[in-house]
Design a protein around this ligand. Structure first.
Ligand SMILES: [Zn+2]
Ligand SMILES: [Zn+2]
Length: 226
């Protein structure tokens, strides 16, 4: 979504998704996020527990080093693979995954202000299983979409965490910019990535998917990513 789309939406006082600025209509005008942004956030959340397990497995002795497959072409074959500090940065106590516990505490306080459960906001808050935190956030996302004015920040942080985790566990190559167009005619423009050997390409942002028989058409319209 471009700045001009957001400006036009504001000028017309048309209720819009606070994350992607798509116009909201009918019963959706009470929402902070459009349905596409909500379903994308749900999908990212659903992946996070498995990604967390995979990242932990990479920390075990003898496990492949993070990013070794994706960095070879950027650093050259002679360069040493990055150490698993990238993984630690995500899953260590206080690491990037901790945003999930922060949001869980925030949402619990807003939903249940009178029955304040003892909040574990210290460095050991990761004692709560990741799967339980994610289950809570997924269960309450529809509430947040309508009631939490910072739900766009939540969606952005979840997407960033998902991108950082998948960049390590499932390194993909950059193809170019997504040529799909939204209902209002604007181009998606997100960076398209593909897993080497995959027979389909899917945009992480707009969910448009090109199956094997449509890949040639995609290649003809792709602009290379910077
Ligand atoms: Zn949206
Ligand atoms: Zn797209």
């Amino acid at each position: 979504m471009t700045a001009s789309d957001a400006e036009l939406s504001a000028l017309s006082a048309q209720p819009a998704c606070i994350r992607c600025a798509h116009a909201l209509h009918g019963a959706d005008v009470i929402r902070y996020l459009c349905r596409v942004c909500e379903s994308r956030t749900q999908a990212h959340l659903a992946d996070l527990p498995d990604l967390y397990v995979q990242l932990h497995e990479m920390l075990e002795p003898g496990a492949p080093r993070a990013g070794s497959a994706s960095r070879g072409t950027r650093h050259g074959a002679a360069s040493p693979a990055p150490c698993n500090l990238e993984v630690l940065n995500l899953v260590a106590p206080g690491g990037r995954y901790s945003v999930l516990w922060s949001w869980t505490a925030d949402w619990r306080d807003l939903l249940d202000p009178d029955t304040q459960q003892p909040r574990n906001t210290g460095r050991n808050r990761c004692n709560t299983p990741i799967s339980r935190a994610v289950t809570f956030l997924r269960d309450k996302l529809s509430w947040a979409v309508e009631k939490h004015p910072a739900v766009d920040d939540f969606a952005a942080e979840v997407q960033r965490l998902w991108q950082e985790a998948t960049a390590i566990t499932n390194p993909r190559i950059r193809l170019g910019y997504c040529p799909a167009t939204h209902d209002d005619g604007t181009a998606c423009g997100a960076v398209l990535r593909a897993t080497p050997g995959a027979t389909a390409v899917s945009c992480d942002w707009c969910n448009t998917t090109w199956s094997e028989r449509h890949l040639i058409r995609l290649a003809q319209v792709l602009q290379p990513a910077a």
